[in-house]
Design a protein around this ligand. Structure first.
Ligand code: PEP
Ligand code: MN
Length: 338
């Protein structure tokens, strides 16, 4: 941590700052410049609250030089995390595609969509059975019935299942049907859910919250890791900004930022990020080019009648075209899509 002191700080205040830092367990290095004094406080304390120093008399600013997250950080683990689930590897050279409808709507609907996406080589089927809707009047999902249809369709085509878990009390139920737990944007900072999923023996995909910084997001991943589950990967799904022409603003730069700061794989979800079908393909291309370890997209054969997120669902032909194009991009950057 670097502590910048006010110009002309009194000896008394300077000694007081140094004493506080030492009492908090830091080793203090003083460097005296022509204009001001700077203190280097050495000692890794990931959860140290820098405001404790910022409020002292004579302190101009305080900067952290170590990350507040540890297990999620690249400095803790240099090599990329690779998560193996049956014959699927997440975070390796292969870029995985997760596809399926926003919500499971019926046995027939999820079966048909599973067939469509499987034809293009998709190995992970998505579909929400419990939906976190912004409106309490919107379709909330089929519940366990939806989980059963999702599992059945995935098993038929030899695919894995990913589905969202909304609350602690549903973990055991969702566990029976899913291969990967999804934590949605609205739950990214549901710390009791994060902690409990830390003790579950299945991988977790953690989506970014609407207004979460990359640091907030990695701190949420840290909760799961610190509670014992090391199989975590992230998913950028867009953040809220002042822009209104898209549903969210797709923060593609978070992909290389996460890769630099963390060893965890990061996926991208251009469907929720843009909210508009015609923007999904260009953003999927961009995400792969930016280094995403996977893509998650929503697909529907009759989006007009979809019970949720129809306007952002790719039609079957558009999905096949997206797969064709992102395969080419993957090759250029030395990766591949099955
Ligand atoms: C979803 O994947 O269907 C979903 C609800 O996403 P998010 O949590 O990113 O809004
Ligand atoms: Mn959706």
């Amino acid at each position: 941590m670097i502590v910048i002191l006010e110009q002309g700080i009194s000896d008394h205040n300077l000694e007081n700052v140094i004493k506080h830092l030492e009492d908090y367990g830091f080793i203090v290095n003083k460097s005296v410049g022509e204009e001001r004094v700077i203190l280097g406080a050495i000692g890794v304390q990931p959860n140290f609250d820098t405001r404790k120093i910022k409020i002292l008399e004579g302190v101009k600013d305080v900067f952290r030089i170590t990350e507040p997250f540890k297990l999620a950080s690249r400095s803790y683990k240099k090599e990329n995390t690779v998560i193996k689930i049956k014959d699927v590897e997440i975070g390796g050279k292969e870029i995985n595609v997760i596809a399926g409808p926003c919500s499971v709507e019926s046995e027939e609907q999820i079966f048909n969509i599973a067939q469509i996406v499987n034809k293009s080589g998709v190995k992970i089927l998505r579909g929400g059975a419990f939906k976190p809707r912004s409106s309490p009047y919107a379709f909330q999902g089929l519940g366990e019935e939806g989980l059963k249809y999702l599992r059945k369709a995935a098993d038929h085509f030899g695919m894995l299942v990913i589905t969202e878990v909304l609350e602690n009390s549903m973990i055991d139920l969702v566990y029976k049907y899913t291969d990967i737990f999804q934590i949605g944007a609205r739950n990214m900072q549901n710390y009791s859910l994060l902690k409990e999923l830390g003790s579950v023996k299945k991988p977790i995909m953690l989506k970014r919250g609407f207004s979460a910084t990359v640091e907030d997001w990695l701190m949420s991943a840290e909760y799961i890791l610190a509670n014992g589950n090391s199989e975590v990967f992230l998913c950028e799904r867009g953040i809220r900004t002042f822009e209104t022409y898209t549903r969210n603003t797709f923060d593609i730069s978070s992909i290389p930022v996460v890769h630099k700061k963390s060893h965890l794989p990061v996926f991208a979800d251009p469907s929720h990020a843009t909210g508009l079908r015609d923007k999904v393909l260009p953003m999927a291309r961009a995400a792969v080019a930016a280094g995403a370890d996977g893509i998650m997209v929503e697909v529907h054969y009759d989006p007009e009648k979809a019970l949720s997120d129809g306007p952002q669902a790719l039609l079957p032909d558009q999905f096949a075209e997206m797969m064709r194009q992102i395969k080419l991009i993957a090759e250029i950057i030395g990766r591949y899509i099955h």
